[in-house]
Design a protein around this ligand. Structure first.
Ligand SMILES: Cc1cc2nc3c(=O)[nH]c(=O)nc-3n(C[C@H](O)[C@H](O)[C@H](O)COP(=O)(O)OP(=O)(O)OC[C@H]3O[C@@H](n4cnc5c(N)ncnc54)[C@H](O)[C@@H]3O)c2cc1C
Length: 272
């Protein structure tokens, strides 16, 4: 591990001052989450990832942040205690458990039906939300990878100078920053559309496609800029790179988002 470089700690990268558009309430939620991640999550993230364990002690503290609750109660749900078998052997999202669920002879009482859900279009509203989450998650991973690459380039010396003093390194960092800034703008706009109730599954699909594609490339670039240190979990970037693979795939692969947007702009479905 590279000592003293502070890899993993956020730099607050925001080249276009996107966060100036946050309300005071959003800003306070943002800083609370950032503090929690920097001080509580980052020091243990690599270990949990390596052991493929859910970080229950921190998950239980998420309600403190007021952004998410721990459990689902009622409706006959099993809550979050593991009732199904965990899918093992994953090389992405290792510290998140995916469950192998078998549904056998399941009947959902009419009273528990999702209110207002009558058609596939209604399901599309859920897709808009889940695809947005992927766009935001990709932005988070990419930001962490960029911050680590920049810190590393300033810290690591070659030929008596920091890596950051070489033109090619600067070019690579700026190219990463340009993509990152575009990803932030995508996220800001889908957030605004969602707030207005105007976010469609297709628009969210374009944001997911763009952000996961850019994030994958950016994380690979950052990993390379850390040289041999880039493959160590202690330096974080390889974890982000691996986790992005799952985000790139679930809620519709890049290809599927492309075909969905393609259908929207041409009026022709090219799926089959
Ligand atoms: C970590 C993780 C968590 C997940 N969680 C859930 C969950 O909670 N609930 C759930 O329902 N699912 C979940 N999934 C499943 C996920 O949604 C699917 O893996 C994803 O939609 C891709 O489907 P698939 O794996 O069947 O791939 P396939 O559909 O077999 O695709 C394989 C490849 O072929 C391409 N392809 C497929 N069709 C076409 C086409 N018509 N034209 C061109 N290319 C095509 C795809 O883009 C992909 O590159 C999860 C997956 C992962 C990795």
């Amino acid at each position: 591990m590279i000592q003293d470089a502070g890899l993993g700690q956020a730099l607050g990268t925001d080249f276009f001052s996107v966060r100036e558009q946050f309300t005071p309430e959003q800003w306070s939620a943002f800083t609370a989450v950032r503090r929690f991640v920097d001080t509580e999550v980052i020091p243990v993230a690599g270990d949990y990832w390596e052991r493929a364990e859910l970080c229950w002690p921190l998950i239980r503290r998420l309600p403190e942040l007021g952004i998410v609750g721990e459990d689902i109660t009622g409706y006959g749900c099993a809550g979050l205690s593991p009732q199904a078998s965990v899918i093992e052997g994953k090389a992405s999202l290792r510290s998140v458990w995916q469950a192998d669920i078998t549904l056998d002879n399941v009947r959902v009482p009419a009273a528990n039906r999702l209110p207002g859900a009558r058609s596939f279009k209604d399901a599309g509203r859920v897709l808009a939300a889940t695809r947005s989450t992927c766009a935001w998650a990709a932005l988070g991973h990419a930001t962490a990878a960029y911050d680590a690459a920049l810190r590393y380039a300033l810290h690591r010396h070659q030929f008596g100078r920091p890596l950051a003093s070489f033109q090619i390194i600067q070019q690579r960092l700026v190219s990463m920053l340009a993509d990152l800034t575009a990803m932030q703008l995508y996220c800001m706009q889908i957030g605004r559309l969602a707030e207005d109730g105007r976010l469609t599954a297709t628009v969210a699909g374009l944001a997911k496609m763009h952000n996961t594609r850019k994030a994958r490339l950016l994380a690979a670039e950052a990993r390379d800029m850390l040289g041999g240190n880039g493959i160590l979990l202690d330096n974080h970037v390889i974890r982000h790179m691996a986790d992005l693979e799952a985000i790139h795939t679930f809620e519709g692969t890049e290809t599927m988002q492309t075909l969905i947007v393609g259908r929207d702009i041409t009026g022709i479905g090219a799926f089959a």
